[in-house]
Design a protein around this ligand. Structure first.
Ligand SMILES: Nc1ncnc2c1ncn2[C@@H]1O[C@H](COP(=O)(O)OP(=O)(O)OP(=O)(O)O)[C@@H](O)[C@H]1O
Length: 177
């Protein structure tokens, strides 16, 4: 795992069928073999990773997220945050768009956490895994696994070191637009 604390990946999604029907044109391209994205014909932007429309969920996960799962189990916290305008592909990248599509980051993280714990469990180590699924919208928190819990009953609290939990955590988040 690199020493850099924050890494940024850009993912360009394919045009949707309705966009093709309306003759929309692609204006952003991932430059093959690089971590750069070209806007129009001459504006180049550099990232830590750049994925074009043909990139698979596996490719995105393996390059950007899988190393974090290993460091999580070594005792580090990690956050994966998807940011982009509405319809840009955040939900697809995190969760897969529909049941018949390839799963996204959340599904793969769950799989790899348990696979790795299984391997480490061979040494007699025990682990407890907890999951929470929250929506933060207009400064209000909603527990998506306990919908009857009112937003006023939920708080994000930090300890004196800025930690929001006592255990190692991997936070997977999407900007809510
Ligand atoms: N890499 C991709 N390959 C194929 N289809 C994609 C890809 N990314 C997004 N899509 C499709 O684009 C559409 C919009 O994507 P998505 O719903 O993930 O956007 P979003 O950023 O989560 O939007 P919002 O912020 O409005 O919730 C969906 O139909 C999704 O299946």
């Amino acid at each position: 795992m690199s020493e850099v604390c924050v890494r940024v990946a850009a993912r360009v999604r394919p045009l949707l069928p309705r966009e093709v029907l309306r003759n929309h044109r692609v204006c952003v391209r991932a430059v093959p073999g690089s971590a750069q994205v070209m806007l129009g014909s001459d504006r180049l932007f550099c990232f830590d990773h750049a994925f074009g429309p043909a990139a698979s969920q596996d490719e995105v996960y393996e390059s950007c997220v899988q190393p974090l799962v290993e460091s999580l189990l070594d005792g580090y916290n990690a956050t994966v945050f998807c940011y982009g305008q509405t319809g840009s592909g955040k939900t697809h990248t995190l969760g897969g768009g529909s049941p018949d599509e390839e799963g996204g980051i959340i599904e793969r993280v769950a799989r790899d956490v348990f696979l790795s714990l299984g391997k480490r469990g061979d040494d007699g180590a025990e682990a407890t895994v907890q999951v929470s699924y929250m929506e933060l919208y207009m400064e209000e928190l909603r527990d998506l696994l306990e919908l009857h819990t009112g937003p006023k009953e939920l708080r994000i609290r930090e300890d004196e070191r800025g930690n929001t939990g006592k255990k190692q955590s991997l936070t997977v988040a999407k900007q809510v637009t």
